[in-house]
Write a protein that binds this ligand. Structure first.
Ligand code: ZN
Length: 314
């Protein structure tokens, strides 16, 4: 059981680092660590409790009964140590009193109990050490791969490019920062980006910045992820432009995302398909967060159509 929990945590952390992005965005990384710590603590506490059923039977064994002729009424017998010898004597004291409390030999403590406790402490320490090692591995991998693995000048150049693109959408000079420290957005806050409505500065998660960087500088596209990153950048840009309603912001973002994608290197056709997929995803996500669902006017020819004269939407 314990092994399974530990293997489970290791597998989860690996899947989180290398697996599908959906896992990252759905589960904050501290959660499996917290669960693993909780389970280790639970095992530890459970292990400290006396294990009644597995205690050896301290009553006279069958051989003793045969030899000394004890009857079946074993409850009335008491194990007493005299030097090296253990003998059974009839006992008529309190029924619920522990026989071992009447042990006559002062130099014969039950050595099983402290050994069992120290074994549990050791196992608990092993569990804690494993959790710490996994946390360190995670920290190192995250630091050296992904957005944070790029050198500082590359990151600065890419962020300047994102700012330039966001400025076009916002129709004023704005700054996009990639929130490397996770102070504003990220796994804990569980958001892809954040911007003050009508402001000049927005933050994106390093993951979204990396997706945009891969598209703009490497020509690497992963349909859903790239689409989501474009939509997020456009979404924050529309907030900076002054739109506060999340659903309307999403609607505008999907439309701006087409030109944004084209400028970052996609074909018009691909950019359009990507944003249509985002519209479809929006309908699904809106069930969990209704505020982000696009209004019904978000359609070709609807009041939120930025290009009512053009038949394509978005
Ligand atoms: Zn928003």
């Amino acid at each position: 059981m314990r092994i399974l929990v530990r293997l489970g945590l290791a597998a989860f952390v690996l899947a989180w680092i290398f697996g599908p992005y959906a896992l990252r965005s759905a589960v904050p990384i501290w959660l499996p660590f917290l669960i693993a710590l909780g389970l280790e603590l639970n095992f530890f506490v459970a292990g400290l409790r006396p294990m009644q059923p597995s205690r050896p039977d301290r009553g006279p064994q069958d051989a003793d009964r045969e030899r000394y002729g004890y009857g079946d009424d074993a409850d009335e017998l008491l194990l007493v140590r005299e030097g090296d010898e253990e003998v059974w004597i009839p006992y008529s004291g309190e029924a619920d009193e522990e026989p071992s409390a009447l042990d006559l030999s002062p130099a014969a403590p039950d050595r099983g109990e402290p050994r069992r406790v120290s074994r549990h402490v050791r196992r608990f320490a092993t569990g804690l050490a494993l959790v710490c090692v996994l946390a360190i591995v995670f920290w190192i991998v995250e630091r050296n791969t992904g957005w944070n693995g790029l050198n500082a000048s590359t990151r600065a150049e890419a962020a300047a490019r994102f700012s330039e693109e966001a400025s076009r959408v916002a129709r004023k000079p704005v700054t996009i920062r990639c929130d490397e420290a996770g102070n504003y957005v990220g796994a804990v806050q569980h958001a892809d980006g954040v911007a003050a409505v009508g402001g000049e500065l927005a933050y994106l998660t390093p993951e979204r910045c990396l997706d945009l960087y891969r598209l703009a500088y490497k020509g690497e596209v992963e349909f859903n992820r790239t689409g989501r990153a474009l939509a997020v950048l456009a979404h924050e840009a529309w907030h900076l432009r002054g739109v506060s309603d999340e659903g309307i912001t999403e609607c505008y973002a999907f439309q701006s995302g087409v030109q944004l994608g084209e400028r970052l290197g996609l074909s018009t056709d691909t950019a359009r398909r990507m944003m249509r997929r985002q519209v479809a995803e929006n309908a699904r996500l809106a069930r969990a967060s209704p505020a982000y669902g696009v209004p019904s006017e978000c359609r070709d020819g609807g009041s939120l159509d930025l290009n009512p004269g053009v038949a394509d939407f978005p």
